[in-house]
Design a protein. Structure first.
Lengths: 422, 112
């Protein structure tokens, strides 16, 4: 009887991982729609191509070598197909009914791989409308096959940073579902790319003022945000890693509740701040606010009370507006606000962990954030630089004017519409 | 004969059509156009940055009428298209040399 209960528990926890992974996979659709909505019509086909291809590249690279770097195991997941019922029952008996989850290794890979794709999606929005498509793909190979898996190994993988120190054991670094490991890492890679790439032509005026390059399709941007919001329940909910005992199930429910609450107040915060700053209800800022709330709560969605989660979201949503405006002052051109949403707020999320989780400290969180940022920024910078010197990373001025759709993909997104103006 | 061409605010089209119908106009051609006059463009806001939209959408309405009716037509358009705010548009009246109905070959005021 006990063996059957353990088998059932294994089945439920594996199933839970797979469903949550599928939800996170759907976030790739969310990023695609958000980015397609916030770029101009002439760059739509290119951004969509970039999003589907980066997802595919991330999946293959993480399967080929990323997972091996992060959690050991073989190249191309060799050995993951083996199954031993005796092994499962032995692990379950050792952990106990309410101990650590025992689940299929294949489900673990599936859940982990979609996080890699999420980190890479963050980069694509920030470098939109001016980067060469194949230069981006080359970067995606390095990012998803090496850069991300290395910092993932030091955090969730529990390995020492080049044998020097352990973020978990020495500093108590805690990042529940990846405010830093996934989001800030993606933003650090994006920032290094944007610095080498430069701003879109026409984004900043001769006196340094910020000019508007309005996104082509706000319904798509809104749909994308809702898709991300939904996918985030898998992102954070799945990171509990277990569902099949009462206390884990309760923890999952709290994570869903807090994730939703932070997104809601994030949106409200951004909407209100934007209204007072600009005098209008700014939709795209509000969308960024919801995502900011989600990123902020991702580092620790299980311990805050609903009120705390709401407050964290509110702070994140308000802060992201100022961050977006500040980056524009520095002429760091980020068409979708990814560096602010995922980088600045990802850092905020890490620093909020000790407020509700006694196991973490501000110093430990700072060390962890610093390690992730320095590693990802530095290796990304070198990677971008090499690609820039070999093939170049920016399209020609003429191609940027006519649009990357024709230049990179040879196809317009809306061939039967007449454009009003570029 | 006169050709009356009016640039109007798009939301006023139904009112103008009704007014012209009442003075006896039997045919109108409407085109969606963009342009600017004294109203210039207007500013919009995107992620905190203001930008100008220089050309505003308007409707161009054309109708042919006899010389006697022209004054009434102009009055009807002016009365029905006016909001009193800047950007209400303009009416141009020009002489029309000839009108031919394609189906029957009728010409002049018969063809209007």
């Amino acid at each position: 009887m006990e063996a059957h209960i353990f088998e059932l528990q294994y089945a439920i926890d594996t199933f839970y991982f797979l469903i949550c992974g599928a939800l996170v996979m759907w976030m790739a659709a969310g990023f695609s729609m958000l980015e397609a909505g916030l770029v101009r019509a002439k760059n739509t086909t290119e951004i969509l191509t970039k999003n589907v291809a980066l997802y595919a590249i991330a999946c293959f690279m993480y399967l080929a070598c990323g997972y091996a770097f992060m959690y050991d195991g073989g190249w191309f997941l060799s050995g993951i197909e083996e199954f031993s019922l005796d092994g499962v029952l032995a692990s379950s008996a050792e952990n106990g009914f309410d101990g650590g989850a025992v689940y299929s290794g294949a489900s673990d890979f599936f859940f982990q791989v979609v996080f890699v794709a999420t980190a890479m999606s963050i980069v694509s929005g920030a470098v939109a409308e001016r980067m060469k498509l194949w230069a981006f793909f080359a970067f995606a190979v390095v990012m998803t096959g090496f850069i991300y898996p290395m910092e993932g190994a030091w955090t969730w993988g529990g390995k020492e940073v080049f044998g020097l120190f352990s973020l978990g054991d020495d500093f108590g670094f805690s990042d529940f579902a990846g405010s830093g490991i996934v989001h800030m890492a993606g933003a650090a890679a994006a920032l290094s790319g944007v610095l080498l790439l430069g701003a879109r032509k026409g984004k900043y005026g001769p006196q340094g003022q910020t000019l508007a390059l309005p996104g082509a399709n706000l319904p798509l941007a809104t749909l994308g945000t809702f898709i991300l919001w939904m996918g985030w329940f898998g992102f954070n909910g799945g990171s509990v890693l277990k569902l099949a005992d009462a206390s884990s199930a309760h923890s999952v429910a709290m994570v869903f509740l807090n994730t939703n609450a932070a997104a809601a107040t994030g949106l409200i915060g951004a909407l209100i701040v934007a209204h007072f700053k600009f005098g209008k209800a700014d939709l795209t800022m509000a969308l960024n606010g919801a995502l900011a709330g989600l990123v902020a709560i991702t580092a620790e969605p299980s311990t805050p009370t609903p009120l705390q989660a709401s407050l964290f979201g509110l702070v994140a949503g308000a802060l992201v507006v100022f961050s977006i405006l500040a980056l524009d002052k520095l002429k760091i051109d980020d068409p979708v606000g990814a560096i602010s949403v995922h980088g600045v707020i990802g850092f905020l999320g890490l620093m909020l962990v000790p407020v509700t989780n006694d196991g973490a400290s501000f110093v430990g969180q700072l060390v962890g954030a610093g390690t992730i940022f320095v590693w990802v920024f530095a290796t990304s910078f070198v990677t971008w630089l090499v690609i820039k010197m070999v093939v170049g990373i920016r399209v020609s001025e003429e191609e940027e004017y006519t649009g990357l759709d024709i230049g990179e993909c040879g196809l317009e997104a809306y061939p039967e519409f007449t454009a009003s103006s570029s | 004969m006169k050709l009356v061409t009016a640039i109007i605010k798009p939301f006023k089209l139904d009112d103008v059509r009704q007014a012209l119908h009442e003075v006896g106009i039997a045919g109108i051609t409407v085109t969606e156009v963009k342009g600017f006059g004294r109203q210039k463009g207007h500013t919009e806001l995107y992620r905190g940055a203001e930008y100008n939209v220089d050309f505003l959408p308007k409707l161009k309405l054309e109708t042919a009428c006899t010389d006697e009716l022209a004054e009434q037509v102009v009055e009807a358009i002016q009365a029905s298209a006016a909001t009193g705010k800047i950007g209400d548009g303009k009416i141009f009246v020009s002489s029309l040399e000839e009108v031919i109905r394609i189906r029957t070959g009728e010409t002049g005021s018969q063809a209007i």
